[in-house]
Design a protein around this ligand. Structure first.
Ligand SMILES: [Zn+2]
Ligand SMILES: [Zn+2]
Length: 369
């Protein structure tokens, strides 16, 4: 008997999550129903939870879905090249396909439907409500973007397509990283570590990662995953260390993926080499950046690049890397949670659970208590 209802975690207000049940909708020729195997927990989930990231509520969060196609319409099956029983990674954004940004291949900034539309962000009031992956089932819209991914990998590893896709886009695709480049990554969270893996895969010459004293374990892992140097910014003079490592030049590429702190954005301009690229991907709650010296951009001819979301191309790079089995990704995966513990999962990633810290973690809905 096919399921008639899906459990969902609903966010009703900042720091307020509750479990509900929603009816499973009919599927038309252009849509599909996904049985969620895993949903990655993202830094932006913590910002959504606390209210730093404004959101239309109530909403079912979860924008990093991995699952099995449970039902699918004929046209959707043809368009996506997948069928019932296939495992797919789903992109967060649901582009309109018609606006100027979409037509120019920049669907990360699609605003064709009035605002950003994506899994985990469409409010519950928008039928059929099952838009987020903190759930047993999720609805796939005609414009959802899916990528087949091999089934014989643990769901908690396969679902890393999301942070790894971000690593490929932010540390490689956007700054055009290649052999000869020194890449400096500010922040050793899951996106920072994914950036290490991506930059290594792209053939970067030297990779440097910075972190705080409390990040010691993450910095050690960064080295295992391919970083050549790590810097504890609380104990070392980072500007001096970067100069030493790069023979006085600075880093060709600086990737800023730290959460909340605005200061690394200003610091990045001191670390970057002349003609270098700075990628800004960590959001700061719309705070201004103190001590931001724009003259450094002028005199060094620095290019500053904003990074929001991931492209299909980078998701594909991530999926191929996961399927290759070449990188010990399991070392990044620290926690699995059942759906009922969504709140704890978010709080742990946000550093709110004393004595515990997660790097990559995910919800596994069928692992229920
Ligand atoms: Zn995310
Ligand atoms: Zn669009």
């Amino acid at each position: 008997m096919p399921a008639k209802k899906s459990r969902v975690v609903v966010q009703t207000a900042p720091r307020a999550l509750e479990m509900r049940e929603l009816p499973i909708p009919e599927i038309d020729a252009d849509s599909a129903l996904l049985r969620i195997e895993a949903c990655g927990i993202c830094g932006s989930d913590a910002e959504q939870y606390t209210g730093v990231l404004p959101m239309r509520l109530p909403v079912v969060p979860g924008h990093e879905p991995l699952g099995i196609i449970e039902r699918i319409g004929d046209r959707a099956a043809k368009r996506w090249g997948v069928d019932v029983g296939d495992r797919v990674a789903v992109e967060a954004l649901i582009p309109c396909g018609h606006c100027r940004a979409c037509l120019e291949g920049r669907y990360q900034v699609c605003r064709g439907r009035g605002s950003m539309l994506g899994h985990g962000y469409v409010p519950l009031s928008h039928p059929p409500g099952l838009w987020g992956a903190y759930a047993d089932y999720m609805f796939l819209d005609a414009h959802s973007l899916v990528h087949p991914i091999r089934k014989n990998l643990p769901a908690s590893i396969a679902v890393m397509f999301n942070p790894l896709g971000a690593g490929f886009r932010w540390a490689v695709e956007i700054p055009r990283t290649g052999p000869g480049d020194t890449v400096l990554i500010l922040g050793p969270g899951q996106r920072g570590l994914a950036s290490v893996i991506a930059a290594r895969t792209a053939g970067a010459d030297r990779i440097i990662v910075t972190g705080l004293a409390r990040d010691a374990a993450k910095l050690a892992l960064a080295q295992e995953l391919g970083a050549d140097f790590v810097i504890n910014v609380e104990e070392e003079d980072t500007r001096k260390r970067v100069k030493e490592i790069t023979d006085g030049r600075g880093a060709d590429v600086v990737v800023e993926v730290s959460a909340n702190a605005a200061q690394p954005v200003a610091e990045a301009l001191h670390y970057v080499a002349p003609s270098g690229r700075v990628v800004l991907a960590g959001v700061k709650g719309f705070k201004a950046v103190p001590e931001f010296i724009s003259d450094l951009i002028v005199v060094k001819e620095v290019t500053i690049l904003g990074a929001f979301g991931v492209t299909s191309r980078s998701y594909e790079s991530a999926i191929r890397l996961i399927e290759s089995g070449k990188v010990p990704l399991e070392k990044m995966h620290t926690h699995d949670f059942p759906l009922e513990e969504a709140e704890r999962a978010i709080q742990m990633l946000g550093g709110e659970v004393a004595g515990e810290s997660s790097i990559h973690s995910c919800l596994l809905p069928d692992r229920s208590t």
